[in-house]
Design a protein around this ligand. Structure first.
Ligand code: ZN
Length: 355
């Protein structure tokens, strides 16, 4: 039924989702680099299509609104909001009487800049589990935001620039929106700034944000993408305090050198993945009626499912983590991807794409 050699492929069709290889037609769940390929025709939600055009030069765009099914090679395909970043989609494919839901990167709780996730029931769920480990339970976002604002205020009070490391697409705009709503002036690095046009097109004003110009004075927060490319810029600001904004803040050894870290993520945390958190009922809806997480990072999830968090028997749940897929080989599901990558390699990959 499914093949995971490159993204997700419905065997016997030309339906590919999040393929990294260029396809004749490729469905793209969202515009993060680990989910896109150089397709001839890009199929996506309106905002994802616009972001792919801006960021990846996608030209031949086939746009489908959320909740509007279309037919693809004998399958009915529907995009649903995933709550991860602007335009991010879950992909529901119905074929031969079986509903397969691919979650893509997702987050169930509300966001300042992403459309609210709408879970649906399916027979098979392919779920991204970036934080599929029980140590990743994120504290209340508003409380963390209070702490972040304290960090910003104290830093500014000492005439020092607060620099926040946040991935250029999604996290930077989310943090900018959250801080702007609290009256904090925000300067954005050009890589995040250049995407604001798309956000504005989809109703996010960012009226209080400015583009950072090298060596220009700042009396607010500077948001930069993490990584080596911005290090010279950081060093050019002599009085600075730095903070990483990422779910990996709960795993400090994964972080770049910085003065503080705040666990604000655009991914579901462990409890959300299992439907055990505050919005557990919604997460339960997301799960297939008969599910069984398997392997690796899902070991804890599996024991939790046995304890009753998720009903477990029958159809497999496929745990896609960090671009690799950990899958049951039963029930006609085939995984062509090994699961042998070490945590260090995954940490490197994930720190590049935010979290
Ligand atoms: Zn993503």
């Amino acid at each position: 039924m499914l093949d995971f050699e490159d993204g997700i492929h419905w065997i016997g069709t030309d339906v590919f989702v999040d393929s990294r290889r260029g396809r004749e037609r490729g469905i793209v769940s969202h515009a993060h680099s680990d989910h896109v390929g150089r397709h001839r025709r890009w199929i996506a939600s309106p905002a994802t299509a616009a972001l792919c055009a801006k960021r990846w030069g996608a030209m031949d765009l086939e746009v489908h609104a959320f909740h509007q099914p279309w037919t693809e090679e004998g399958a009915t395909v529907t995009l649903l909001p995933a709550g991860h970043i602007l335009g991010s989609s879950m992909v529901l494919v119905e074929r031969g009487g079986t509903r397969v839901l691919y979650s893509g990167d997702f987050r169930l709780k509300s966001s300042a800049t992403a459309e609210r996730c709408v879970p649906v029931a399916a027979d098979v769920l392919v779920m991204e589990c970036t934080f599929g480990d029980p140590r990743f339970r994120f504290p209340d976002r508003l409380e963390v935001l209070d702490q972040l604002c304290d960090f910003v205020e104290q830093t500014l009070a000492s005439e020092t620039v607060p620099i926040l490391y946040a991935y250029a697409l999604g996290k930077a705009q989310e943090i900018a929106g959250l801080l702007e709503a609290r009256g904090v002036p925000v300067w954005l690095h050009e890589r995040a700034w250049d995407l604001l046009g798309v956000y504005r097109e989809f109703g996010h004003a960012f009226a209080g944000c400015r583009r950072y110009e090298l060596e220009a004075p700042i009396n607010g927060v500077l948001i930069l993408p993490p990584g080596s490319a911005t290090r010279p810029l950081v060093r050019s600001i002599r009085r600075r305090r730095t903070a990483a904004i990422t779910g990996w803040a709960l795993d400090r050894w994964r972080l770049p050198a910085c003065d503080a870290a705040f666990p604000i993520s655009d991914h579901a945390d462990f409890d959300e993945l299992l439907g055990a958190g505050d919005e557990g009922e919604a997460a339960e809806d997301l799960h297939a009626p008969r599910t069984r997480p398997v392997r690796g990072a899902a070991a804890a999830a599996r024991s939790r499912c046995r304890a009753g968090g998720v009903r477990s028997a029958g159809q497999p749940v496929l745990i896609r983590r960090h671009g690799r897929t950990r899958a049951s080989t039963r029930a006609g599901v085939r995984s062509g991807i090994s699961s042998g990558a070490g945590d260090a390699a995954r940490a490197t990959s994930d720190s590049r794409r935010g979290g």
